[in-house]
Each structure stands twice: as C-alpha cells, then as structure tokens.
Design a protein around this ligand. Structure first.
Ligand SMILES: [Zn+2]
Length: 65
C-alpha cells in the first residue's frame, strides 16, 4: 500500500458552516431543521462555541438510541 493510498482512504471529517459565525467547523452541532415546502429539510449547524446560543440539546438521533 502506498502512502497516498493511506491518505486517500482516511475518512473526510464532516464539516458544516456555523449558522451564527459562518465559520466552517469540523464538529458541527445540529441546532435546528428548516422544513421546506419543496425539497428535503435543511439542517442547520453551529460550531460548538455557538451551539449553546441556540439551546442545543439532545437531538432526535440521541433519543432513538
Ligand atoms: Zn459559530
């Protein structure tokens, strides 16, 4: 296996833009979901520093488990 092969096989960290500060965070926290009449719901993410502003709590995913 080549070094390039190892690098490309590494999982890409999930990133999302923070709805508050606009910075891309590698540890996005779901702070809301905007239902749209057409198309799938748009999930809103915030960086850990700003997640508290939105009262981030247990997400639906947490309650399933
Ligand atoms: Zn932020």
């Amino acid at each position: 296996m080549t070094r390039e092969g190892l690098l490309t096989s590494a999982p890409e960290p999930f990133t999302a833009p923070c709805v508050h500060c606009g910075r891309t965070t590698t540890a996005p926290v779901v702070v809301g979901v905007t239902e749209r009449a057409s198309g799938p719901p748009m999930v809103q993410y915030a960086c850990p520093q700003d997640a508290a502003r939105y009262g981030a709590g247990p997400s639906p995913e947490d309650e399933i488990g």
